[in-house]
Design a binder for this molecule. Structure first.
Ligand SMILES: Cc1cc2nc3c(=O)[nH]c(=O)nc-3n(C[C@H](O)[C@H](O)[C@H](O)COP(=O)(O)OP(=O)(O)OC[C@H]3O[C@@H](n4cnc5c(N)ncnc54)[C@H](O)[C@@H]3O)c2cc1C
Length: 398
Protein backbone atom coordinates (compact mmCIF):
# COMPACT_ATOMS: atom_id res chain seq x y z
CA UNK A 1 0.00 0.00 0.00
CA UNK A 2 1.18 3.54 -0.71
CA UNK A 3 0.03 7.03 0.24
CA UNK A 4 0.46 10.03 -2.03
CA UNK A 5 2.54 12.87 -0.58
CA UNK A 6 1.20 16.34 -1.43
CA UNK A 7 3.72 18.13 -3.62
CA UNK A 8 4.92 21.35 -2.04
CA UNK A 9 7.39 24.15 -2.57
CA UNK A 10 10.32 23.89 -0.20
CA UNK A 11 12.06 27.06 1.02
CA UNK A 12 15.78 27.37 0.28
CA UNK A 13 17.28 28.12 3.69
CA UNK A 14 20.91 28.57 2.66
CA UNK A 15 23.40 28.66 -0.23
CA UNK A 16 26.94 27.40 0.18
CA UNK A 17 30.04 26.49 -1.81
CA UNK A 18 30.23 23.04 -0.24
CA UNK A 19 27.70 21.04 1.77
CA UNK A 20 28.95 18.05 3.73
CA UNK A 21 26.22 15.59 4.76
CA UNK A 22 27.16 13.71 7.93
CA UNK A 23 29.36 14.82 10.80
CA UNK A 24 31.33 11.63 11.52
CA UNK A 25 35.12 11.64 11.30
CA UNK A 26 34.95 11.66 7.48
CA UNK A 27 32.57 14.63 7.50
CA UNK A 28 34.71 16.54 9.98
CA UNK A 29 37.79 16.02 7.79
CA UNK A 30 35.88 16.97 4.63
CA UNK A 31 34.40 20.13 6.15
CA UNK A 32 37.75 21.29 7.54
CA UNK A 33 39.52 20.56 4.28
CA UNK A 34 36.94 22.42 2.16
CA UNK A 35 36.88 25.35 4.55
CA UNK A 36 40.68 25.63 4.57
CA UNK A 37 40.54 25.84 0.77
CA UNK A 38 38.38 28.96 1.15
CA UNK A 39 34.91 27.45 0.66
CA UNK A 40 31.80 28.49 2.57
CA UNK A 41 30.87 25.17 4.18
CA UNK A 42 27.74 23.77 5.81
CA UNK A 43 28.01 20.50 7.76
CA UNK A 44 24.62 18.79 8.19
CA UNK A 45 24.38 16.23 11.01
CA UNK A 46 21.28 14.30 12.00
CA UNK A 47 22.22 13.87 15.67
CA UNK A 48 23.35 16.53 18.13
CA UNK A 49 26.95 15.35 18.49
CA UNK A 50 29.90 15.41 16.12
CA UNK A 51 31.85 12.20 15.49
CA UNK A 52 29.34 9.59 14.28
CA UNK A 53 30.31 6.04 15.16
CA UNK A 54 33.56 7.25 16.72
CA UNK A 55 31.72 9.18 19.45
CA UNK A 56 27.96 8.44 19.48
CA UNK A 57 28.77 4.82 18.53
CA UNK A 58 31.46 4.54 21.27
CA UNK A 59 34.06 3.30 18.79
CA UNK A 60 36.75 5.19 20.63
CA UNK A 61 39.81 3.45 19.20
CA UNK A 62 41.56 5.62 16.60
CA UNK A 63 43.20 2.82 14.62
CA UNK A 64 46.74 3.21 13.23
CA UNK A 65 48.22 5.88 11.02
CA UNK A 66 51.30 3.66 10.59
CA UNK A 67 52.16 0.40 8.86
CA UNK A 68 53.11 -1.52 12.02
CA UNK A 69 56.81 -1.53 11.04
CA UNK A 70 57.61 1.95 12.36
CA UNK A 71 56.54 3.94 9.29
CA UNK A 72 53.72 6.48 9.39
CA UNK A 73 51.64 6.30 6.19
CA UNK A 74 48.58 8.54 6.80
CA UNK A 75 49.23 12.23 7.36
CA UNK A 76 47.42 15.57 7.12
CA UNK A 77 44.00 15.85 8.76
CA UNK A 78 44.05 12.13 9.68
CA UNK A 79 46.99 12.84 12.00
CA UNK A 80 45.54 16.18 13.15
CA UNK A 81 42.24 14.58 14.19
CA UNK A 82 44.04 11.84 16.11
CA UNK A 83 46.02 14.51 17.97
CA UNK A 84 42.87 16.57 18.69
CA UNK A 85 41.06 13.44 19.94
CA UNK A 86 43.63 13.05 22.75
CA UNK A 87 44.66 16.68 23.19
CA UNK A 88 43.04 16.66 26.66
CA UNK A 89 44.23 13.15 27.57
CA UNK A 90 43.62 9.58 26.41
CA UNK A 91 41.74 6.62 27.88
CA UNK A 92 44.15 3.92 26.74
CA UNK A 93 46.79 3.06 24.09
CA UNK A 94 49.38 5.70 24.81
CA UNK A 95 50.86 6.77 21.46
CA UNK A 96 53.53 9.01 23.03
CA UNK A 97 56.39 7.53 20.98
CA UNK A 98 54.49 8.76 17.92
CA UNK A 99 52.95 11.96 19.27
CA UNK A 100 56.34 13.27 20.34
CA UNK A 101 58.31 14.19 17.23
CA UNK A 102 61.49 12.97 18.95
CA UNK A 103 59.79 9.73 20.04
CA UNK A 104 61.86 6.56 20.22
CA UNK A 105 62.18 4.99 16.74
CA UNK A 106 62.61 1.49 18.18
CA UNK A 107 59.41 1.82 20.23
CA UNK A 108 57.62 2.99 17.07
CA UNK A 109 58.60 -0.25 15.32
CA UNK A 110 56.86 -2.26 18.01
CA UNK A 111 53.82 -0.10 18.73
CA UNK A 112 51.24 1.32 16.38
CA UNK A 113 50.34 4.98 15.97
CA UNK A 114 46.87 4.52 17.48
CA UNK A 115 45.09 5.62 20.61
CA UNK A 116 41.89 5.43 22.63
CA UNK A 117 40.12 8.73 23.19
CA UNK A 118 37.17 9.84 25.32
CA UNK A 119 34.07 10.03 23.12
CA UNK A 120 32.49 13.16 24.60
CA UNK A 121 35.71 15.15 24.96
CA UNK A 122 36.64 14.24 21.39
CA UNK A 123 33.21 15.22 20.02
CA UNK A 124 33.32 18.63 21.70
CA UNK A 125 36.94 19.21 20.65
CA UNK A 126 36.02 18.45 17.01
CA UNK A 127 32.98 20.73 17.24
CA UNK A 128 35.12 23.57 18.63
CA UNK A 129 37.71 23.08 15.90
CA UNK A 130 35.04 23.23 13.18
CA UNK A 131 33.49 26.38 14.62
CA UNK A 132 36.87 28.06 15.11
CA UNK A 133 37.72 27.45 11.46
CA UNK A 134 34.40 28.86 10.26
CA UNK A 135 32.46 25.71 9.32
CA UNK A 136 28.71 26.16 9.88
CA UNK A 137 27.13 23.20 11.66
CA UNK A 138 23.46 22.27 11.38
CA UNK A 139 22.51 19.70 14.04
CA UNK A 140 19.36 17.62 14.36
CA UNK A 141 18.92 17.63 10.60
CA UNK A 142 18.55 14.66 8.26
CA UNK A 143 19.17 14.84 4.55
CA UNK A 144 16.08 13.12 3.11
CA UNK A 145 16.09 13.94 -0.63
CA UNK A 146 18.27 15.39 -3.37
CA UNK A 147 17.37 17.56 -6.32
CA UNK A 148 19.40 16.53 -9.38
CA UNK A 149 19.59 18.31 -12.75
CA UNK A 150 22.00 17.76 -15.64
CA UNK A 151 24.06 15.12 -13.79
CA UNK A 152 24.64 17.46 -10.87
CA UNK A 153 23.10 17.81 -7.41
CA UNK A 154 21.39 21.19 -7.16
CA UNK A 155 20.05 20.98 -3.61
CA UNK A 156 19.63 18.71 -0.63
CA UNK A 157 16.25 18.55 1.05
CA UNK A 158 16.49 18.34 4.82
CA UNK A 159 14.13 17.66 7.68
CA UNK A 160 14.44 18.99 11.20
CA UNK A 161 12.45 20.83 13.85
CA UNK A 162 11.76 23.62 11.31
CA UNK A 163 10.22 21.15 8.88
CA UNK A 164 11.40 20.51 5.32
CA UNK A 165 13.96 22.92 3.89
CA UNK A 166 16.43 23.00 1.02
CA UNK A 167 20.12 23.88 0.92
CA UNK A 168 21.99 24.54 -2.29
CA UNK A 169 25.73 24.35 -3.00
CA UNK A 170 28.21 24.13 -5.86
CA UNK A 171 29.45 20.75 -4.62
CA UNK A 172 28.37 18.13 -2.12
CA UNK A 173 30.18 15.55 0.01
CA UNK A 174 28.39 12.41 1.15
CA UNK A 175 29.84 11.57 4.57
CA UNK A 176 26.73 9.83 5.88
CA UNK A 177 28.55 6.49 6.20
CA UNK A 178 25.66 4.83 4.36
CA UNK A 179 25.98 6.66 1.01
CA UNK A 180 22.57 8.20 1.69
CA UNK A 181 23.16 11.19 -0.57
CA UNK A 182 24.55 9.06 -3.43
CA UNK A 183 21.48 6.84 -3.13
CA UNK A 184 19.00 9.72 -2.89
CA UNK A 185 20.64 11.48 -5.84
CA UNK A 186 20.50 8.34 -7.98
CA UNK A 187 24.24 7.68 -8.26
CA UNK A 188 25.29 4.02 -8.46
CA UNK A 189 25.63 2.27 -5.10
CA UNK A 190 26.33 -1.25 -3.79
CA UNK A 191 25.04 -3.01 -0.70
CA UNK A 192 27.13 -5.01 1.78
CA UNK A 193 25.61 -8.41 1.25
CA UNK A 194 27.51 -10.22 4.03
CA UNK A 195 25.62 -8.16 6.63
CA UNK A 196 26.74 -7.02 10.07
CA UNK A 197 26.81 -8.98 13.29
CA UNK A 198 25.40 -7.18 16.31
CA UNK A 199 27.90 -5.14 18.31
CA UNK A 200 27.12 -3.63 21.70
CA UNK A 201 30.04 -1.71 23.10
CA UNK A 202 29.44 0.14 26.34
CA UNK A 203 31.24 1.98 29.11
CA UNK A 204 31.05 0.81 32.69
CA UNK A 205 32.44 2.01 36.01
CA UNK A 206 33.25 -1.02 38.16
CA UNK A 207 35.65 -1.51 41.09
CA UNK A 208 37.22 1.93 40.61
CA UNK A 209 37.76 1.37 36.91
CA UNK A 210 36.10 3.08 33.98
CA UNK A 211 36.27 0.69 31.03
CA UNK A 212 35.06 0.14 27.47
CA UNK A 213 33.54 -3.31 26.89
CA UNK A 214 33.75 -4.36 23.25
CA UNK A 215 30.99 -6.94 23.10
CA UNK A 216 30.10 -8.56 19.80
CA UNK A 217 33.46 -7.42 18.46
CA UNK A 218 34.60 -10.18 16.14
CA UNK A 219 33.83 -10.55 12.47
CA UNK A 220 35.98 -10.83 9.36
CA UNK A 221 35.18 -10.73 5.64
CA UNK A 222 33.67 -14.01 4.39
CA UNK A 223 36.62 -14.37 1.97
CA UNK A 224 38.95 -15.06 4.93
CA UNK A 225 36.73 -17.64 6.64
CA UNK A 226 37.17 -21.36 6.24
CA UNK A 227 33.96 -23.06 5.01
CA UNK A 228 33.67 -24.66 8.50
CA UNK A 229 33.95 -21.31 10.27
CA UNK A 230 31.42 -19.78 7.90
CA UNK A 231 28.97 -22.66 8.41
CA UNK A 232 29.35 -22.46 12.21
CA UNK A 233 28.70 -18.72 12.39
CA UNK A 234 24.93 -18.55 12.61
CA UNK A 235 24.75 -15.09 14.22
CA UNK A 236 21.99 -12.87 12.90
CA UNK A 237 23.13 -10.35 10.27
CA UNK A 238 21.90 -6.80 9.86
CA UNK A 239 21.92 -4.80 6.62
CA UNK A 240 21.75 -1.50 8.50
CA UNK A 241 19.47 0.44 6.15
CA UNK A 242 16.00 -0.37 7.42
CA UNK A 243 14.45 1.68 10.22
CA UNK A 244 12.65 -1.23 11.87
CA UNK A 245 15.63 -3.54 11.61
CA UNK A 246 17.90 -0.91 13.19
CA UNK A 247 15.41 -0.50 16.03
CA UNK A 248 15.40 -4.27 16.58
CA UNK A 249 19.23 -4.28 16.60
CA UNK A 250 19.29 -1.40 19.08
CA UNK A 251 16.83 -3.10 21.46
CA UNK A 252 18.73 -6.40 21.22
CA UNK A 253 22.03 -4.59 21.98
CA UNK A 254 20.49 -2.81 24.96
CA UNK A 255 19.25 -6.13 26.35
CA UNK A 256 22.69 -7.75 25.99
CA UNK A 257 24.39 -4.76 27.63
CA UNK A 258 22.04 -4.86 30.63
CA UNK A 259 22.57 -8.63 31.01
CA UNK A 260 26.35 -8.17 30.95
CA UNK A 261 26.22 -5.26 33.37
CA UNK A 262 23.93 -7.05 35.84
CA UNK A 263 26.12 -10.15 35.78
CA UNK A 264 28.50 -8.09 37.97
CA UNK A 265 25.75 -6.84 40.32
CA UNK A 266 23.31 -3.93 40.30
CA UNK A 267 23.89 -0.21 40.45
CA UNK A 268 25.65 1.21 43.52
CA UNK A 269 28.25 3.87 44.18
CA UNK A 270 31.01 1.58 42.85
CA UNK A 271 29.11 0.23 39.88
CA UNK A 272 27.45 2.22 37.09
CA UNK A 273 26.51 1.68 33.48
CA UNK A 274 28.04 4.91 32.16
CA UNK A 275 27.29 5.10 28.43
CA UNK A 276 25.56 3.14 25.70
CA UNK A 277 25.85 3.95 22.02
CA UNK A 278 23.27 6.38 20.68
CA UNK A 279 23.80 5.29 17.09
CA UNK A 280 23.57 1.66 15.93
CA UNK A 281 27.01 0.03 15.79
CA UNK A 282 26.84 -1.10 12.18
CA UNK A 283 30.05 -1.34 10.22
CA UNK A 284 29.16 -1.59 6.54
CA UNK A 285 25.87 -0.93 4.78
CA UNK A 286 25.83 0.80 1.40
CA UNK A 287 28.67 2.39 -0.55
CA UNK A 288 29.24 4.35 -3.70
CA UNK A 289 29.89 2.26 -6.81
CA UNK A 290 32.45 4.72 -8.13
CA UNK A 291 34.70 5.12 -11.14
CA UNK A 292 37.20 2.76 -9.50
CA UNK A 293 36.70 0.02 -6.93
CA UNK A 294 39.78 -0.67 -4.83
CA UNK A 295 40.44 -4.23 -3.67
CA UNK A 296 42.54 -5.60 -0.82
CA UNK A 297 45.08 -7.21 -3.13
CA UNK A 298 46.29 -3.83 -4.45
CA UNK A 299 48.96 -3.48 -1.76
CA UNK A 300 51.64 -0.86 -2.60
CA UNK A 301 50.00 -0.36 -6.02
CA UNK A 302 50.87 2.98 -7.60
CA UNK A 303 47.85 5.07 -8.64
CA UNK A 304 48.58 8.25 -10.52
CA UNK A 305 45.44 9.77 -9.00
CA UNK A 306 46.32 8.78 -5.41
CA UNK A 307 44.93 11.17 -2.78
CA UNK A 308 46.61 9.60 0.26
CA UNK A 309 47.81 6.39 1.84
CA UNK A 310 46.44 4.05 4.47
CA UNK A 311 47.59 0.96 6.34
CA UNK A 312 45.80 -2.27 7.20
CA UNK A 313 44.66 -2.15 10.82
CA UNK A 314 44.37 -5.96 10.85
CA UNK A 315 47.99 -6.71 10.02
CA UNK A 316 51.45 -5.18 9.94
CA UNK A 317 52.98 -4.27 6.61
CA UNK A 318 50.42 -3.56 3.87
CA UNK A 319 50.14 0.01 2.60
CA UNK A 320 47.57 1.18 0.05
CA UNK A 321 47.30 4.27 -2.09
CA UNK A 322 43.69 5.53 -2.44
CA UNK A 323 42.74 6.50 -6.02
CA UNK A 324 40.63 9.64 -6.30
CA UNK A 325 38.27 7.68 -8.58
CA UNK A 326 37.04 5.72 -5.52
CA UNK A 327 35.44 8.94 -4.26
CA UNK A 328 33.07 9.75 -7.10
CA UNK A 329 30.66 8.22 -9.57
CA UNK A 330 28.43 9.57 -12.30
CA UNK A 331 27.35 12.86 -10.78
CA UNK A 332 29.77 15.67 -11.42
CA UNK A 333 29.56 17.53 -8.12
CA UNK A 334 29.04 14.73 -5.59
CA UNK A 335 31.87 12.98 -3.73
CA UNK A 336 31.75 10.22 -1.12
CA UNK A 337 34.14 9.71 1.77
CA UNK A 338 34.55 7.64 4.93
CA UNK A 339 33.00 4.20 5.17
CA UNK A 340 31.02 4.59 1.95
CA UNK A 341 33.77 4.98 -0.68
CA UNK A 342 34.05 2.62 -3.64
CA UNK A 343 35.91 -0.52 -2.50
CA UNK A 344 35.31 -4.27 -2.57
CA UNK A 345 33.73 -6.08 0.39
CA UNK A 346 37.16 -7.30 1.58
CA UNK A 347 38.77 -3.89 1.23
CA UNK A 348 35.78 -2.30 2.94
CA UNK A 349 36.87 -3.86 6.23
CA UNK A 350 40.18 -1.99 5.86
CA UNK A 351 38.88 1.38 4.63
CA UNK A 352 35.94 1.77 7.02
CA UNK A 353 38.14 2.61 10.03
CA UNK A 354 38.63 6.07 11.51
CA UNK A 355 42.04 7.09 10.06
CA UNK A 356 41.00 6.06 6.55
CA UNK A 357 37.73 7.99 6.89
CA UNK A 358 39.81 11.08 7.71
CA UNK A 359 42.15 10.52 4.73
CA UNK A 360 39.28 10.19 2.26
CA UNK A 361 37.35 13.02 3.94
CA UNK A 362 40.24 15.42 3.49
CA UNK A 363 40.54 14.57 -0.21
CA UNK A 364 36.80 14.76 -0.88
CA UNK A 365 36.38 18.08 0.94
CA UNK A 366 39.27 19.67 -0.90
CA UNK A 367 38.08 18.43 -4.29
CA UNK A 368 34.58 19.77 -3.56
CA UNK A 369 36.09 23.17 -2.76
CA UNK A 370 38.19 23.17 -5.92
CA UNK A 371 35.52 22.32 -8.49
CA UNK A 372 31.86 21.83 -9.30
CA UNK A 373 32.82 19.30 -11.98
CA UNK A 374 34.92 16.49 -10.53
CA UNK A 375 35.16 14.73 -13.89
CA UNK A 376 37.01 17.74 -15.33
CA UNK A 377 39.23 18.38 -12.30
CA UNK A 378 42.97 18.41 -13.01
CA UNK A 379 44.15 15.76 -10.53
CA UNK A 380 47.54 17.47 -10.28
CA UNK A 381 45.91 20.56 -8.76
CA UNK A 382 44.15 18.44 -6.14
CA UNK A 383 47.36 16.53 -5.39
CA UNK A 384 49.45 19.70 -5.15
CA UNK A 385 46.98 21.14 -2.63
CA UNK A 386 46.91 17.90 -0.63
CA UNK A 387 50.70 17.91 -0.49
CA UNK A 388 50.64 21.52 0.73
CA UNK A 389 48.30 20.34 3.50
CA UNK A 390 50.87 17.73 4.58
CA UNK A 391 49.49 14.62 2.84
CA UNK A 392 51.87 12.06 1.32
CA UNK A 393 50.44 10.43 -1.79
CA UNK A 394 52.68 7.62 -2.97
CA UNK A 395 54.46 4.68 -1.38
CA UNK A 396 57.81 5.80 -2.85
CA UNK A 397 57.55 9.04 -0.82
CA UNK A 398 57.83 7.17 2.48
C1 LIG B 1 31.29 -2.21 16.22
C2 LIG B 1 32.27 -1.36 15.48
C3 LIG B 1 33.60 -1.37 15.85
C4 LIG B 1 34.53 -0.57 15.18
N1 LIG B 1 35.81 -0.55 15.63
C5 LIG B 1 36.65 0.41 15.17
C6 LIG B 1 37.87 0.67 15.82
O1 LIG B 1 38.22 0.05 16.83
N2 LIG B 1 38.65 1.66 15.30
C7 LIG B 1 38.34 2.35 14.17
O2 LIG B 1 39.15 3.19 13.73
N3 LIG B 1 37.18 2.10 13.55
C8 LIG B 1 36.32 1.19 14.04
N4 LIG B 1 35.09 1.02 13.46
C9 LIG B 1 34.76 1.74 12.23
C10 LIG B 1 34.61 3.23 12.43
O3 LIG B 1 34.17 3.57 13.70
C11 LIG B 1 33.60 3.84 11.48
O4 LIG B 1 33.53 3.16 10.28
C12 LIG B 1 33.99 5.27 11.20
O5 LIG B 1 34.00 5.99 12.42
C13 LIG B 1 33.02 5.81 10.18
O6 LIG B 1 33.18 7.19 10.01
P1 LIG B 1 32.29 7.94 8.94
O7 LIG B 1 32.48 9.39 9.22
O8 LIG B 1 32.55 7.44 7.58
O9 LIG B 1 30.79 7.50 9.24
P2 LIG B 1 29.87 7.61 10.60
O10 LIG B 1 30.74 7.58 11.77
O11 LIG B 1 28.85 6.61 10.40
O12 LIG B 1 29.31 9.09 10.45
C14 LIG B 1 28.23 9.39 9.63
C15 LIG B 1 27.53 10.60 10.23
O13 LIG B 1 26.51 11.01 9.34
C16 LIG B 1 25.30 11.21 10.04
N5 LIG B 1 24.24 10.89 9.09
C17 LIG B 1 23.94 9.69 8.57
N6 LIG B 1 22.94 9.78 7.69
C18 LIG B 1 22.60 11.09 7.66
C19 LIG B 1 21.63 11.83 6.93
N7 LIG B 1 20.82 11.23 6.05
N8 LIG B 1 21.56 13.16 7.13
C20 LIG B 1 22.38 13.79 8.02
N9 LIG B 1 23.31 13.12 8.74
C21 LIG B 1 23.43 11.80 8.54
C22 LIG B 1 25.37 10.25 11.22
O14 LIG B 1 24.55 10.70 12.29
C23 LIG B 1 26.86 10.28 11.55
O15 LIG B 1 27.18 11.30 12.48
C24 LIG B 1 34.12 0.22 14.09
C25 LIG B 1 32.77 0.24 13.72
C26 LIG B 1 31.85 -0.53 14.41
C27 LIG B 1 30.42 -0.47 14.02
Amino acid sequence: MFVQETSRKIPVRGEYDVIVAGGGVAGVAAALSARRAGARVLLIEKSYLIGGLATSGLVTVYLPLCDGMGQQVSFGIAEELLRVSVAHGHEDMDACAWLDENGDREVRKNTRFQTQFNANVCAIAYEQLLLKEGVEILYGTSVCAAVVEDDAVKALITENKSGREAYTAKSFVDATGDADVCHLAGDATQLFTQGNVAAYWYYEYFQKEYALHQLGFADIPDKYKTPERKAKDTRKRYGGLDGKELTELTCFSHGEILKDFLSKGGVDKDHALCTVATTPQVRMTRRLDGKYTLCDEEVRTFFDDSVGMISNWRKKGPVYEIPFRCLYGNLKNLLACGRCISVTDDMWDITRVIPVCAVTGQAAGLAAALTDDIHALDIRVLQENLRKAGVKLHVDEL
